[in-house]
Design a protein around this ligand. Structure first.
Ligand SMILES: [Zn+2]
Length: 202
């Protein structure tokens, strides 16, 4: 067992005094007037993950413990500072998708690193737990994750995985994303993999 320090990054901002901090981006207004804020969903899910992780005594640090939409530079600097001290950080960035598709995606930086090994473990568990949801895989390089130079993936000095959990501008996906039992099931699934990764000897 090789204890990791989990850096939990809640993507974008929350709501302060009625004002969505990432507006007008990363939000969607449905025809019936309902507003979906990605950053709020990322925080709801992230906080459940944090509580379950704490119950299992997993070392974790919330990288954006505020409703402010902290810059990506601040988030990555914080994680890299933690990694210097704790040596064995893993960065999990929580997001949701837009573009009216459906389902899950998991992203790593290009090339084969430990991030890909971990991303595959998360992907396999999500596919097993959510067999009726689409898992949008990238089959070009034979593994399940998609690869991109997203800032938080490229500039973190530790393994980093970015989750796009469902589509906040798709009514069916959004209804699930608001459902506490769906949120809890997804958080349980993610923490189960965090525990499996902790048990790896690398
Ligand atoms: Zn996002």
């Amino acid at each position: 067992m090789n204890e990791r320090t989990w850096c939990l990054d809640f993507g974008h901002g929350g709501v302060i005094n009625g004002i969505y901090q990432t507006a007008p981006k990363k939000m969607y207004k449905f025809p019936d007037g309902e507003l979906a804020y990605e950053g709020v969903f990322n925080r709801v899910l992230g906080n459940i993950i944090m509580h379950i992780a704490n119950a299992h005594n997993l070392h974790n640090v919330v990288i954006c413990p505020t409703n402010l939409d902290l810059s990506l530079e601040l988030r990555v600097d914080f994680a890299n500072s933690l990694h210097k001290v704790y040596k064995n950080c893993v960065y999990l960035s929580l997001h949701a998708n837009a573009g009216k598709g459906t389902g899950f995606e998991i992203w790593t930086s290009p090339g084969q690193t430990k991030s890909d090994e971990y991303a595959d473990m998360f992907a396999e568990e999500i596919i097993a737990d959510f067999p009726h949801e689409k898992f949008r895989r990238d089959t070009s390089d034979g593994d399940l994750d998609k690869e991109s130079n997203f800032y938080v993936l490229k500039h973190t000095n530790c393994p980093a995985v970015l989750f796009e959990n469902m589509f906040f501008d798709n009514r069916e996906d959004w209804d699930k994303m608001k459902n506490p039992s769906f949120q809890g099931k997804l958080a349980e699934c993610i923490v189960r993999v965090m525990r499996k990764i902790n048990d790896l000897n690398n």
